[in-house]
Ligand binder design. Structure first.
Ligand SMILES: [Zn+2]
Length: 298
């Protein structure tokens, strides 16, 4: 079912969300295995409506793409999991058949009109729609044939390395083969350092390590206004309340100080955060709540 699209204005730009899937397969305890049960229950009681499934037992996680229309350009931020991909180690992304491209078209976005695809990191649920299966050749081909695809050089090289094709990275290795390498081979990739640089104009790739090797939050500026695409810096509103809780999906505890730093800034400046996995509208603002933070969907 296609939900009602929300649109956000940031300066001259319009930003919209196209959802691919909504997952309800993690309980808070499986998502945050180090969090004490009593504190989890207390936090679950405080997150805004729409954060949990109707039973209240599962955290809802959205997978989606942000569509930015700014000064004549069409830019996508993260591209979901994609259709028809073999994902034996992440069954909830295995051989999906969603209406993603039709939902993009309903927003008026044709694949050949996309100018840029920006990815926060190279995980399974962020690069999937980079490619689609071409039935004639049986090959994975670029979905957005004109777009420059901007991504971390460090993560690209990491997942090429045979030493990183097992264990924690085994899905990323599959993803590399069907969703990233075809983009590089087509000459459509801009492999960049994640060091705060601006590329393309108005988008700044800021290092927020911890979830992945070279994870980026992407700051967007237009006509004096600003928003932040947070990627997987955090996965659920529970982490706004408790930024020290790392999710089972994070690579290291380095994620926690990066999360706190971004939440501090967001609260201080009333910054619009465009998340990668929060449910409901997936966008919101951070307020202060005692020594901690509160989340409100926008
Ligand atoms: Zn993710």
């Amino acid at each position: 079912m296609t939900r009602q699209a929300h649109h956000y204005r940031v300066g001259d730009a319009t930003i919209s969300c196209v959802r691919e899937v909504l997952l309800a397969n993690f309980t808070p305890a499986t998502l945050f295995p180090d969090a004490p049960a009593s504190e989890l229950a207390e936090a679950v009681a405080r997150v805004p409506p729409g954060s949990m499934d109707t039973s209240g037992e599962h955290a809802l996680l959205s997978v989606h793409t942000w569509v930015v229309r700014d000064r004549g350009r069409t830019i996508l931020v993260d591209t979901g999991a994609g259709n028809g991909k073999s994902r034996p180690f992440t069954p909830y992304f295995d051989h999906l058949e969603t209406s993603f491209l039709a939902d993009l078209a309903a927003l008026g976005v044709k694949p050949e009109e996309v100018d840029y695809v920006l990815v926060t990191h190279l995980h399974v649920d962020h690069v999937g729609w980079n490619t689609r299966l071409d039935p004639a050749s049986g090959r994975w081909v670029p979905t957005f044939p004109r777009a420059r695809h901007v991504m971390s050089r460090v993560e690209y090289e990491l997942y090429l390395d045979p030493a990183h094709q097992t264990g924690r990275h085994k899905t990323s290795h599959l993803v590399q083969k069907d969703s990233v390498t075809p983009i590089v081979e087509a000459g459509l990739a801009d492999l960049i350092e994640i060091d705060g640089r601006e590329h393309p104009a108005g988008f700044f790739f800021e290092p927020t390590p911890g979830h992945s090797a070279a994870h980026a939050c992407i700051r967007f500026r237009s006509a004096g206004e600003e928003a932040l695409f947070t990627g997987d810096l955090m996965h659920h509103p529970l982490q706004v309340l408790r930024p020290e809780w790392c999710s089972i999906l994070d690579a290291s505890e380095e994620a926690a100080p990066a999360r706190r730093r971004v939440l501090e800034e967001a609260a201080e400046r009333d910054l619009l955060l465009l998340t990668a996995h929060f449910p409901a509208t997936s966008a919101g603002r951070v307020g202060r709540d005692g020594d901690g933070f509160a989340w409100a969907f926008a």
